[in-house]
Design a binder for this molecule. Structure first.
Ligand SMILES: Cc1ncc(COP(=O)(O)O)c(C=O)c1O
Ligand SMILES: N[C@@H](CCOP(=O)(O)O)C(=O)O
Length: 505
C-alpha cells in the first residue's frame, strides 16, 4: 500500500458533472465565498425530523438531545458550495477546511475566532500531520485512516470537536450539564476523552456489559476522573440507546434543575464535524473535477449520513456504500425494502452491532421531502415493520448501495489484505473494503473506504485472521491493561440507572 503522509493523493483528474441543485425546497441557503468570512448573517435554524418541535439555534441544538417531539434536529437549510468554491478549498489543511465547512452552521452563535480555536484544539492531538491520511489499498481504491485520534476510532473527529464546543458554550452560559451517551464501544471512550477536562460537564456512558472488546472497555473504565461515570448495562447496545432516549424524554430524575445533553450522533454537531473528512478525502483525490465514492462501515447511520450531506452540499459523490455486518437491517432495507428488526447478534465488529439506527430518521426526513408528519407516522406505526414508499426507496438507491459481510468473510478479508499488501485492517474497515469491492459501480472513480478504527482495538478479530501476528497498542495506551478500572454493572432497568445517576450527581 502506498502511504501518503500529506494526505494528498495523486491521480488523473477527469471532468465530472457536479451534483447540482439538490437542496430541499425552503429558504435560500447561505452562499459561501472562497475565503473565510465573518459576515454571513443568515443563522441556520434547526428543525425536528418529526415537524412538531420548536426550531432551535445552533447553540441550543448542540446543547440538547432529541427534539421534544422525539425527532432529531437537522438544519433548515444546508450551506451549498459551487464547483469553484470547492476547487478553491484544494490544498487546505484539515483545520482550515473544517473551519470552512463548519462556520456556516455555527456562525450565528460562535464567533469565527472562537471557532478557529475550538477546531485547533480539537485536532491538535491527532498522531498524523494530515489528521486523516489516505492510503492506497488497490486500483483506484483508498483507505481513509480515521483512527489517528486519541482513542483510535473515527469518533474522535467529532467528539474532540464537540468536547471543545461544549466547553466554550457552557462557559459562556455559566451552566453545568449532564452528558449522557450510549456506546457499542467507540463513542464512549471518544466522548469521555472529549469531555473529561470540561469543568461544566458530568458524563455518564452506558455500554453493553461484556459486549465491547476489552480494549474498548478499558479505554472508558480506566478514566478515573470525578466527572466520568461508566455503566455496564446488562443488555445490548439498542437497550443502552433506548435508555438514553427515554432519559431525554423525562429528565425529572436529575437533581438541581440540571439537564441532559447528547453525545451520540443524535446530536447534530457530531454529524456536522464528520462532513469535513468527506470533503478532505475527495479534494485530495481531485474533486470537484473528479467524482469520488465512499464505502462506510455502518451502524447508527451517522457516518454515512455525513457523506450524504457532503453530497448535498455540492461534493461530487455518485455512490455511498452502506457496509454492514450480520446486523444487516440497513442492507435489507436498501436491497429488499425489508426493515424488520431481528435479534441482535454479537459479531467480530461489535461497534456495528446495532439494529435501531438513529440517523436513518434524518435520511427518511430528507427522502420524504422534509415532511415531518410523514416521518412521524412512518415511525409511530409499530404494528408492522416499516416499509418505504417505492419512490422513496428509488431515491435512496440512486445514492446508496449496500452489502452485508459476515464474520467469516471479515476474517478472510483481514488476512487477504494483510498477506497481499502488509496493511492491517480492523474488522469494521474490512467490512467496508469488502463491501466496496462487491458493489462499486465505477472502476474509474476513486473509491474511498473509511477506516473507522485501529486494528489494535480488536485483537480478537485480528488473531482469528492472523494467529501469529502481534499487534501493539500505540505508546500512549501501552499500559492500558495495568490501569485500574471503575464502572458499575446495572440491570436493564431505567429506574435503576436513573437512581445511580441521581446519587452520583
Ligand atoms: C469502528 C466503527 N465503525 C463503524 C461504526 C458505524 O458508524 P455509524 O454508527 O456512524 O454508522 C461504528 C460505530 O458507530 C464504529 O465504532
Ligand atoms: N458504534 C457506536 C454506536 C453509537 O453511535 P453514535 O455514533 O450514535 O454515537 C459506538 O461505538 O458507540
Amino acid at each position: 500500500m502506498a502511504a501518503n503522509p500529506t494526505g494528498r493523493a495523486a491521480g488523473s483528474h477527469q471532468a465530472n458533472s457536479l451534483i447540482g441543485n439538490c437542496l430541499p425546497a425552503g429558504p435560500p441557503a447561505p452562499r459561501l465565498g472562497n475565503s473565510p468570512k465573518s459576515d454571513i448573517e443568515i443563522a441556520v435554524k434547526f428543525i425536528s425530523t418529526r415537524g412538531r418541535a420548536p426550531s432551535l439555534s445552533f447553540a441550543d441544538t448542540v446543547l440538547t438531545g432529541l427534539a421534544s417531539d422525539g425527532g432529531l434536529y437537522v438544519p433548515e437549510t444546508l450551506p451549498q458550495f459551487s464547483g469553484d468554491e470547492i476547487r478553491a478549498m484544494a490544498g487546505l489543511d484539515y483545520r482550515e477546511l473544517a473551519f470552512r465547512i463548519i462556520q456556516p452552521f455555527a456562525s450565528g452563535d460562535v464567533a469565527d475566532d472562537d471557532l478557529r480555536g475550538i477546531i485547533d484544539r480539537a485536532y491538535s492531538n491527532f498522531r498524523h500531520p494530515a489528521v486523516a491520511p489516505l492510503v492506497q489499498s488497490g486500483p483506484n481504491e483508498w483507505v481513509l485512516e480515521l483512527f489517528q485520534g486519541p482513542t483510535l476510532a473515527f469518533k474522535d473527529f467529532a467528539l474532540q470537536f464537540l468536547g471543545q464546543l461544549f466547553d466554550h458554550l457552557l462557559k459562556e452560559r455559566n451552566e453545568r450539564v449532564v452528558v449522557m451517551g450510549a456506546t457499542s464501544g467507540d463513542t464512549g471512550s471518544a466522548a469521555i476523552e472529549g469531555c473529561r477536562h470540561c469543568d461544566n460537564i458530568d458524563i455518564f456512558i452506558l455500554h453493553p456489559h461484556n459486549r465491547v472488546s476489552e480494549v474498548q472497555r478499558r479505554q472508558m473504565t480506566t478514566v478515573l476522573s470525578d466527572n466520568v461515570f461508566n455503566i455496564a448495562l446488562e443488555g445490548n447496545f439498542d437497550d443502552c440507546q433506548n435508555m438514553v432516549k427515554a432519559s431525554f424524554a423525562d429528565q425529572s430524575f436529575l437533581p438541581d434543575g440540571r439537564r441532559l445533553v447528547a453525545v451520540n450522533s443524535i446530536n447534530w454537531a457530531r454529524i456536522m464535524a464528520q462532513i469535513v473528512y468527506y470533503f478532505y478525502a475527495a479534494l485530495n483525490l481531485g474533486a470537484p473535477d473528479r467524482t469520488v465514492n465512499f464505502s462506510v462501515p455502518t451502524g447508527n447511520f451517522g457516518d454515512i449520513f455525513a457523506g450524504y450531506l457532503a453530497r448535498k452540499m455540492g461534493l461530487p459523490i455518485d455512490q455511498l456504500v452502506i457496509a454492514t455486518n450480520a446486523n444487516d437491517i440497513l442492507h435489507r432495507c436498501i436491497s429488499d425494502n425489508d426493515h424488520s428488526p431481528r435479534e441482535l447478534v454479537h459479531s467480530l465488529s461489535p461497534s456495528m452491532d446495532i439494529m435501531v439506527s438513529s440517523n436513518f430518521e434524518r435520511l427518511l426526513f430528507d427522502l420524504y421531502r422534509r415532511d415531518g408528519e410523514a416521518v412521524a407516522s412512518l415511525l409511530a406505526d409499530r404494528s408492522a415493520p416499516m416499509q418505504l414508499d417505492p419512490d422513496v426507496l428509488q431515491r435512496a438507491r440512486e445514492v446508496f448501495s449496500s452489502c452485508r459481510v459476515d464474520d467469516a468473510r471479515t476474517v478472510e478479508v483481514i488476512r487477504e489484505v494483510f498477506q497481499s499488501t502488509g496493511y492491517l485492517l480492523d474488522p469494521h474497515t474490512a467490512i467496508g473494503v469488502e463491501a466496496a469491492r462487491r458493489t462499486r459501480h465505477s472502476a474509474v472513480q476513486p473509491m474511498v473506504c473509511l477506516a473507522t478504527a485501529h486494528p489494535a482495538k480488536f485483537p480478537e478479530a485480528v488473531a482469528r485472521a492472523l494467529p501469529t501476528h502481534k499487534i501493539e497498542l500505540p505508546p500512549h495506551m501501552a499500559d492500558l491493561f495495568e490501569r485500574a478500572e471503575r464502572y458499575k454493572v446495572l440491570p436493564n432497568d431505567l429506574g435503576r440507572v436513573h437512581d445511580f445517576m441521581a446519587t452520583a450527581l
